[in-house]
Design a protein around this ligand. Structure first.
Ligand code: UD1
Length: 427
């Protein structure tokens, strides 16, 4: 299994190209199931999760054509996705268990073919992560749903019909599944308490490009007029705000100065606010975002994760690592997922002073972390250990980096280009 070795202490300076958003790309790929015409998606990142979704779609009868790379390596791929007859319409356990987002094929399969069998998902080990909101959302559209032998079996023999859904709590995936179901349901659907994440808005815009009628994009109330059928489209995935945010923290924690090319400042408000209050300078520049820390002290700031536009849970582990070396203390509260503090024991092994009380962690800043051998547990926890290693004294080895490869494209290459001493060790 690959490991990553880092020699810490270098201030990162230079430019990093931000790739397409993984979390936007996955539902967009699933949307290809809604039409028999070709959906061409550009700016797809080259990541394990994208390959998993491509394999799942291929299993469901979608032809996946790779239509060239953008210049400069494998970033910015173009996929042409053309859905055929999905046959048994089964998303098998073996593929779904690798990635929770696989459940996103449920809405489009059911809407177009009136039936779907999707394995109950696995994914990151961060809490129970049920799919009840997805299923309870589909029922008002006429779906009959049963759980059988680890599979969700959904049917709508006469097709889905429009309905009103009020989500009891905000879910990105459930909003996306419902949106994809509603665009082919008969009549009007209203989704209240919808997730407002930029990735949801990106899906909605792509569906509109495919012929769907959606009002309220980017708000918590979506109104959809169902269409008989959708058509193909060419669509470009938005930049990855979490990848950009992670490199923003890398600049801050190393006392560096990075230009994040392609990053979208508008989707990074909550993080920019926290970084700004902790002493970094985060500015919008032409075509990206600049983050400068330099010799300024890192100050402790309290952070609470919330649905967008609040501070993203996918940046919680990274910001905690920054707070671990701040001057002062910080309370970090995780309000989205339970059990998302698995990076804490590893950071403590590097000398961090962090105490978890329920959903909050009290982080008392220490002057420096020291390098150690560490174990990655989930995607964002892994990258927080990389950030810790960049700031630490001495050598850090991060094991089980396959988690990292689910969400960060060529991370060693991008960091090395800015002065980090980091390499992948292949066993
Ligand atoms: C998406 C992101 C993930 C991010 C999360 C929250 C993708 C592929 N993944 O995950 O990176 O961390 O949003 O921003 O886009 N919940 C239920 N029942 C459900 C669905 C969710 O109780 O049916 C709970 C979850 O356990 C969690 C909360 O709702 O506590 C939010 O989860 P959700 O927004 O659905 O996350 P995902 O869409 O899985």
């Amino acid at each position: 299994m690959d490991r990553i070795r880092i020699r810490g202490g270098q201030a990162l300076r230079g430019r990093i190209a931000i790739g397409g958003s993984k979390n936007a790309a996955l539902p967009l790929m699933a949307a290809s199931l809604l039409t028999g015409e070709t959906l061409s998606l550009a700016n797809l990142p080259h990541l394990a999760d994208i390959a998993t979704m491509a394999n799942l779609l291929a299993e469901l009868g979608v032809q996946v054509g790779m239509n060239g790379d953008a210049p400069g390596g494998h970033s910015g791929r173009v996929f042409d996705l053309t859905a055929g007859d999905p046959g048994d319409k089964i998303a098998p356990y073996d593929l779904v268990r690798r990635m929770r987002a696989s459940v996103l094929v449920l809405g489009p399969l059911l809407a177009r073919w009136g039936e779907a069998r999707v394995s109950l998902p696995g994914g990151c080990a961060i809490g129970t992560r049920p799919v009840d909101l997805h299923l309870d959302g589909l029922r008002p559209l006429g779906a009959e749903i049963e759980l059988e032998e680890g599979y969700i079996h959904a049917r709508a023999p006469g097709g889905l019909v429009g309905g009103h859904i009020l989500f009891p709590s905000v879910s990105v995936g459930a909003t996306e599944n419902l949106l994809m179901a509603a665009v082919l349901a008969k009549g009007e659907t209203q989704i209240a308490n919808a997730a407002r994440e930029p990735e949801v808005a990106d899906l909605a815009r792509c569906l509109v490009a495919m012929g769907a009628e959606i009002e309220g994009i980017g708000t918590d109330t979506l109104r959809i007029q169902g269409a008989e059928e959708l058509h193909g489209a060419n669509y470009q995935v938005i930049p990855d705000r979490i990848e950009a945010g992670t490199y923003a923290v890398a600049a801050a924690i190393t006392g560096g100065d990075l230009a994040l090319d392609g990053a979208d400042f508008e989707t990074m408000d909550a993080l920019a606010d926290i970084l700004g209050r902790s002493g970094a300078e985060v500015t919008k520049i032409d075509g990206g975002v600049q983050v400068r820390q330099g010799a300024r002290a890192i100050l402790g700031v309290d952070v609470m994760t919330e649905p967008f536009p609040g501070f993203p849970t996918d940046m919680q582990a990274q910001i905690m690592t920054l707070m671990a070396v701040s001057e002062g203390a910080s309370m970090i509260t995780e309000s989205i997922f339970e059990n998302r503090f698995m990076h804490v024991p590893e950071l403590c092994r590097m000398g961090a002073d962090i105490n978890v009380h329920g959903a909050s962690a009290i982080v008392r800043g220490v002057a420096r972390l020291s390098g150690a051998e560490l174990m990655a547990t989930d995607l964002r926890a892994s990258v927080s250990l990389i950030l810790a290693g960049l700031a630490a004294e001495g050598e850090t080895i991060v094991n089980r980096v396959y988690h990292l490869d689910r969400g960060y494209e060529r991370i060693e290459e991008k960091l090395t280009g800015c002065g980090a001493v980091i390499e992948r060790l292949q066993d």
